[in-house]
Every structure is written in C-alpha cells, then in structure tokens.
Design a protein around this ligand. Structure first.
Ligand SMILES: [Zn+2]
Length: 328
C-alpha cells in the first residue's frame, strides 16, 4: 500500500513537472520546424539572368514538392521592380504550388535606419504585386530585413502595432545558417565554370548547416528543456536551390516534422515578450537574453574567416554583372 502511495506521488509529481514544461513548450521530444524563405524571388546581393532566376525558383519549388513541404516566402518586390512581369510569374509559381507569401518590404530597408511611417509605407509598397497574385487571399506575415525589429523596446512595440494595423504578424527566426555568405562565392565559381571549387563551397555550407542545427537544438533544449517548434530562415539563391534537398533530408533524419508557420506561431513560446536588440539576431538569442541566459552564445558556430573573405570578394565582382549560371 505504502509502495503504491509512493508510486502515485511520484506519478503526480512527474505529471506536474511535465505539465509545466508542456505549458511552455508543447509535446515532449516532438521535433517540428517551419521552413521560411526570405527574398522571394531572389536574394539581392547581385544580379542574375532571367533564366537563372526561373531556374532557381523552379528548383526550390520542385524540391519542396518532392518532400511534400509547404513553406512561407517573404517577398522582396523591389529587387525586380524593372521586371514586374517576371516577378508576377515567379510569385504565381510559389502560390500555385501551395506556399504562403508574406511581406519583406519593397526596398529591403532596415527598420533601424528608417522612420516608422516611411517603413510602413515601404511595407505597403512591397505588397502590391504580391496581392495581385494572391487575389482574395490575404498576406498575413512579415519578416523584417536584417531581422531588425526595433532597437528599443518602444520602437519594437511601435512596429508591432504598425504591423497589426496592416494585419501583418512578424515572423521570428530560431535557426539560420548564414547561407548568403556561402552563396556568393558558390555562384561566382559556377559563373566562372569552376565546378569543383563551387562544390567545395556547397560542402562547407552543408557542414556548417549541420553545426548550426546541432547548436540550436542544444541551445533550445538548454533553454526550454524540450523541443520547441523551430522556424528556419533560408534565402532564395542558387546555393539553396542546389542544397535544399540535402538540408530537408538532414532535418528529416534528425526527426523533424514539417509544419506551416500558422501552426508554429500558435505555440506559447512565440507569444513571449522579448527584449529589443540593436543588431539583427535570431529569437533563440533574444529569448535567452530576455530570460535565464542559459546558453553560451560565444560558442555559436560562425562561418570561417575564409568564407567571409570569399563572400566579400565574390559580391564585388558579381555586383554589376548579369550572370548566367549553369549548375550540374
Ligand atoms: Zn532579406
């Protein structure tokens, strides 16, 4: 009888413990992730040919279809302001394949360098062609360029209210892999037909992605003691067009289930207030700094200095070129 009573007590204690964790972080051990793409239909560090743009978008959409995954893409209309017809065609492909389209401003401006009024105007300006593509469907989500979401708690709050008036919700990021750092040298090597060297950047990128995923998984477990639904930010670029299959396969082998942003944002963790930051940083960092500070952020993997230098060299040469990229 005594043993039975003890067991009941242990069970009750365990339930109370798990209920409190559940209340914060949802079902235990179920890994979930939402995939998001910034800069649909192309990340704008340099100019690519129309043919390359079509190919990159098609490759990404084909890979998502292969894995049966629906994502949210944040549109940067300004980057194709001189070719609205192409912009419309590419955005229509995303919509027709069942993906959501959100807003990423027209001019890809930083909130930290703009007045709120002008910033909100730029958001409205960036929704025109997207809305024509969406028809009756409403845009619901917003991703701030550079993850600049307010330098002070007040400016963060003002942005939140401004977005609310536009019926938009800011979508945080909990995982990112510095894809743009590796994309520029990768694309540069492809345009110079240096396939072997291009491949080495892709390999570095995939290895770095694994390191970052390991780190974010450990960090979120430290912070919440269980899995939280993650939001991965990728950019629309040549490197991701060629790497997405590997990244999604890796996430699957890590045990992730994919879900849309609507579901992920319902999780209580995404309603927690966060302290404002001057620099663009993901939300795991923001939450940790706003709460118990459990993670050693100095150990977060960074791309090598070689990768940074290769990126800087590549964007200077690619900046004004119209590149035609052929990929194996
Ligand atoms: Zn962007």
């Amino acid at each position: 009888m005594l043993i039975m009573k003890k067991l009941v007590n242990i069970f009750t204690l365990a339930c109370a413990y798990f209920t409190s964790i559940h209340a914060i972080a949802g079902p235990l051990y179920q890994k979930k992730v939402s995939i998001t793409f910034d800069d649909v239909p192309i990340h704008g560090e340099f100019t690519l040919s129309e043919q390359s743009l079509r190919k990159i978008n098609k490759q990404l959409l084909d890979t998502l279809e292969k894995h049966n995954i629906k994502v949210t893409g944040f549109v940067n209309e300004g980057h194709l302001k001189n070719n609205p017809k192409l912009l419309k065609t590419l955005l229509s492909d995303w919509k027709m394949r069942g993906h959501q389209l959100g807003n990423h401003t027209f001019s890809h401006i930083s909130y930290h360098q703009s007045e709120l009024k002008l910033y909100l105007e730029d958001i409205k300006k960036g929704a025109v062609i997207t809305q024509q593509v969406l028809g009756q469907q409403k845009q619901r989500y917003f991703r701030p360029p550079y993850l600049h979401a307010g330098e002070t708690n007040e400016s963060q709050h003002l942005l939140h209210n401004g977005l609310k008036k536009l019926n938009l919700e800011l979508v945080p990021v909990t995982m990112e892999n510095a894809d743009y750092i590796y994309d520029a040298p990768y694309t540069k090597k492809l345009t110079s037909n240096k396939i072997k060297e291009a491949k080495s950047y892709k390999e570095q990128y995939l290895a770095f992605t694994e390191q970052r995923l390991d780190f974010y998984e450990r960090a979120s477990l430290n912070m919440f003691e269980t899995s939280i639904p993650h939001i991965l930010m990728l950019h629309v670029n040549q490197l991701n067009a060629d790497s997405l299959d590997d990244i999604l396969t890796s996430l699957k082998s890590r045990g992730y289930q994919f879900q849309t942003i609507d579901k992920t944002l319902q999780h209580p963790i995404y309603t927690q207030p966060t302290q404002a930051f001057k620099f663009g940083i993901h939300w795991l960092y923001r939450w940790d700094k706003s709460r118990a500070n459990k993670v050693s952020w100095a150990t977060e993997p960074e791309p090598s200095s070689d990768a940074f230098s290769a990126h800087n060299r590549a964007i200077t040469t690619l900046k004004k070129e119209t590149s035609h990229v052929s990929v194996d």
